[in-house]
Design a binder for this molecule. Structure first.
Ligand SMILES: *Cc1c(COP(=O)(O)O)cnc(C)c1O
Length: 427
């Protein structure tokens, strides 16, 4: 594969952009090498500026559940842009979006739109603190909730990939109210509640963590968190920025049948445009300004282009058999990968929930961050590059999830498995 133009662009980018990228994981640091620059993307394919074609399993880090450039989403954005790109006063699409979210995710009685997942979790936590009058929150090791100060403790995604799960520039005082527990460890959470009586505003978690690879909640874990928060008067916040509208039309909370008090969204809800949202019980949401004392705002929140793209994306999910299809493709991939690993005597752990998956190069089960850290990251880096060379684009880190879209076909999965089979022989 020739990457001449990508290399020239990256050289130039390095001069003007820190690390050459606008979000750290894109720099390929965890796997070595240099990123390719994208010319265009359609369906499950990406083409780089040198004309190379890839089958894409990153899906712009989650939003592209219908594949790239879905005609209906493109049309919605173009049609809406004809009327203006931002108003800063209410527009009808905001109401349509709110109604749609409530219909798809029944725990969300009221919703507020913002511009990224980071804003959604940051605001949901402020709201939880304002509502309960308590200061502390519990988060789980390896869960990533965006880059707000108080949440950058043992965070996943780029923070983990670069070995700085705790960021410089965050004063200890800003994170002193953030308590940590290992994922899938109900006992640890219980102990935090006993040790901090009447002080815990909320538990925030990714119900299926997808920012340290993929962890699967063990049976009883999510139910246990729901019970504990009720017992101790705390709120349960599901960060469904990744899982929302991906694991079911109602997200992980539908799939695992748990009703959180607040939910955060991003990624799919914007259909590829910059959007976040948080919502939940109306008695809690009514504490937000202008009704209540918890301040939250955004110049571009509810942006018409973003609403149009998001609505099209969500409607497509409800009108098609998307989830059945994603499950079928996911199972096909998993079966194939299992037998490839077995045939080549390479220990792997395949963690998959629907269209979210991860291949950990380790023998032992992966249920939390310390398990994930046991995986052979050098082997992953070799696997990543061998796949890329065959035109399969996986997330450039062991600690990221892969995503299927409804645009992936049986043929794409077969091609991917053929590439994996060849790659595993060289690992
Ligand atoms: C991506 C992600 C975020 C952050 O969203 P941004 O739009 O990147 O700010 C927060 N939480 C989870 C679970 C995510 O996957």
């Amino acid at each position: 594969m020739n990457h001449r133009l990508s290399e020239i662009l990256f050289e130039k980018a390095l001069q003007f952009i820190p690390g050459g990228v606008n979000s750290p994981v894109r720099a390929f640091r965890a796997v070595g090498g240099k990123p390719f620059f994208t010319q265009k993307a359609a369906g499950c394919k990406i083409w780089d500026v040198d004309g190379n074609e890839y089958i894409d399993y990153v899906g712009t880090w989650g939003p592209a559940i219908h594949g790239h450039s879905h005609p209906r989403i493109i049309k919605a954005v173009c049609d809406t842009a004809q009327m203006g790109t931002s108003f800063g006063i209410p527009n009808p699409l905001e109401v349509e979006m709110a109604e749609l979210v409530r219909k798809m995710v029944p725990s969300v009685e009221k919703v507020r739109m913002c511009n990224s997942g980071t804003e959604a979790t940051m605001s949901a936590i402020r709201l939880a603190r304002g509502f309960t009058g308590r200061e502390k929150i519990i988060k789980f090791e390896g869960c990533y909730h965006g880059h707000a100060d108080s949440l950058l403790v043992k965070a996943g995604s780029g923070a983990l990939t670069f070995g700085h799960p705790d960021s410089a520039g965050v004063p200890p005082a800003f994170v002193q109210h953030t308590l940590l527990a290992p994922f899938n460890d109900l006992e640890a959470v219980k102990n935090l509640f006993y040790a901090n009586p009447g002080q815990i505003a909320a538990i925030i978690l990714e119900p299926v963590p997808g920012n340290s690879g993929v962890f699967i909640p063990q049976s009883g874990f999510l139910e246990g968190l729901r019970k504990l928060t009720e017992e101790f008067g705390s709120l349960l916040i599901f960060d469904e920025v990744m899982t929302g509208f991906r694991l079911a039309s109602g997200g992980a909370q539908e799939r695992f049948n748990i009703k959180p008090d607040l939910s955060c969204f991003g990624k799919i809800i914007g259909g590829g445009l910059p959007v976040g949202a948080f919502g939940g019980r109306s008695d809690i949401m009514n504490c937000l300004a202008p009704l209540g004392p918890v301040y939250q705002a955004g110049t571009l929140s509810g942006n018409p282009l973003a609403m149009a793209a998001g609505i099209a994306s969500l409607e497509l999910l409800t009108e098609t058999d998307a989830f059945r299809r994603l499950e079928t493709m996911g199972a096909l991939w998993e079966e194939g990968m299992k037998s490839i690993a077995k045939d080549n005597h390479i220990p792997v752990r395949l963690n998959r929930v629907g269209s979210m998956f991860c291949v950990y190069f380790t023998e032992s089960p992966v249920a939390n961050l310390s398990d994930a850290m046991k995986s052979d990251r050098e082997r992953f880096a070799r696997y990543f590059h061998l796949m890329l060379e065959e035109g399969i684009y996986l997330a450039p880190s062991q600690f990221e999830a892969g995503f299927l879209s409804t645009a992936h076909t049986e043929e794409d999965i077969e091609k991917t498995l053929e590439a994996a089979s060849a790659a595993f022989k060289k690992l």
